[in-house]
Design a protein around this ligand. Structure first.
Ligand code: ADP
Ligand code: MG
Length: 403
């Protein structure tokens, strides 16, 4: 798939942007703090309805527009794109509106697909994108929530039903935690948990199964790409560490880092039953703690080179190369699963690589229909590639097309 048109209003430092987007490669060139990354952020938002830069949507609204808290201000992203089913128009509005008297502002999001208001869960997967930004090394080095987020954003774009299952799971989790707390504080019949246990095991098992399969598939692709990027030096492994492990739960003790756990034989009902049994076993302990301790909301994913955990021991370069391998694997995976290329968004990727790897990367980009790449210096790219690309010169929130 590919974007044909992008328009932004009051998005970050763009008061207005309105541009046709060519197929193939777009090079966004400009010095620091001009708005290059923000363009990628906007496109990625159209695919995932979330920003990789911030959890606070209000930060996306141009701050000059948002400064007057007495009026409504709106950041608007509109993407017209072509996918398997034809041409579509996707619009997201982030709306800041005044509430109360104390200059309060509330933030609200609206999504329109082909002119009709929809929920994120209904629209996700229509327009797909994969994003790399160097700051994403946090994914490897930060807490497990970063890695769950990365997984969720990739899986939700590809697996129909994933986004809905995830939000159902979150709701159930909140309800169950509220009940656990109530039982801890005021006592009551623990059998009230039966309903929530069943519901948590139902959606939780589905999420676990999807993650088992996706991580296996991503690992296969990432391993091959990473071997090439490291000239055969590093064997990359993606290690899923599910908080509830259907294999371990059934008595097979394994040393987590050293042994590859084969979960490929686990089917949905097996996972669901194991999860439910585990919740029963932990019931009195969880009531005491007032919180759900097992399940996909506590999962982790580790990245290993051989036996070394890159999140703890990887050098800066190793971490970034791993991230790039993972992102390129995500691109190939999306194509494999959906039959369509996602739009590829790469922020400042060339500066990181030596000449040979730059060439490898450009070769890897010959598949996807469209990629948007940012750079402070177009000379990082070889002349042939620049020649085939459209150059967007980005300066203080305006883009000038340079052919
Ligand atoms: N909500 C906002 N309103 C206005 N400007 C913003 C907002 N958020 C970020 N900016 C500014 O937008 C500029 C562009 O940032 P960025 O896209 O990261 O630039 P680049 O990638 O070209 O270095 C920065 O100067 C940043 O401070
Ligand atoms: Mg940037």
């Amino acid at each position: 798939m590919h974007l044909t048109h992008l328009s932004l209003t009051n998005f970050r430092n763009f008061a207005r942007l309105d541009l046709d987007v060519p197929r193939r490669a777009v090079l966004l060139v400009g010095s620091n703090a001009q708005g290059k990354t923000s363009v990628l952020e906007a496109v990625y938002y159209l695919a995932t309805f979330s920003s990789f830069q911030t959890h606070a949507d209000r930060q996306l609204v141009n701050f000059l527009a948002a400064a007057n808290s007495a009026t409504v201000s709106v950041a608007r992203m509109v993407g017209e794109f072509q996918n398997q089913t034809g041409m579509h128009r996707l619009e997201v509005r982030i709306i800041l509106e005044p509430v109360g008297v104390q200059n309060g502002q509330r933030v609200r999001k609206e999504i329109l697909f082909d002119g009709i208001k929809r929920t994120a869960g209904e629209v996700i997967g229509q327009f797909n994108a994969v994003l790399y930004i160097p700051q994403m090394s946090q994914v490897l080095e930060g807490g497990p929530e970063e890695r769950r987020r990365l997984l969720n954003l990739a899986l939700a774009q590809v697996l129909p039903g994933y986004a809905r299952a995830l939000s159902e799971y979150q709701k159930t989790l909140e309800q169950r935690n509220a009940l656990l707390k109530l039982l801890a504080e005021r006592g009551g019949d623990p059998a009230q948990l039966d309903f929530w246990d069943a519901s948590l095991a139902e959606t939780g098992a589905q999420l676990i199964l999807w993650r088992i399969q996706a991580i296996q598939e991503l690992e296969r692709l990432a391993k091959r790409i990473h071997l090439a990027l490291t000239r055969g030096k590093e064997v990359l492994r993606l290690k899923y560490l599910p908080a509830f492990d259907p294999v371990q739960a059934n008595g097979q003790m394994v040393l987590q880092m050293d042994v590859d756990v084969d979960r490929s034989g686990c089917d949905l009902s097996f996972i669901r039953k194991g999860f439910l049994d585990a919740l029963r076993r932990l019931r009195s302990e969880e009531i005491q703690r007032g919180v759900t301790t097992l399940g996909p909301h506590r999962d982790d994913l580790r990245f290993l080179a051989g036996k070394m955990d890159l999140g703890y021991y990887g050098s800066r370069g190793q971490v970034r190369t791993t991230l790039l391998s993972l992102k390129l694997a995500e691109v190939a995976w999306m194509k494999e699963k959906t039959g369509q290329w996602p739009v590829v968004l790469l922020d400042e990727v060339m500066a990181e690589l030596d000449a040979e790897r730059r060439a490898d990367l450009l070769a890897a980009l010959s598949g996807p229909e469209q990629c948007l790449l940012t750079t402070t210096d177009e000379h990082f790219f070889d002349a042939g590639f620049v020649h085939q690309s459209t150059l967007w010169s980005v300066q203080s929130g305006t883009v000038t097309v340079r052919g």
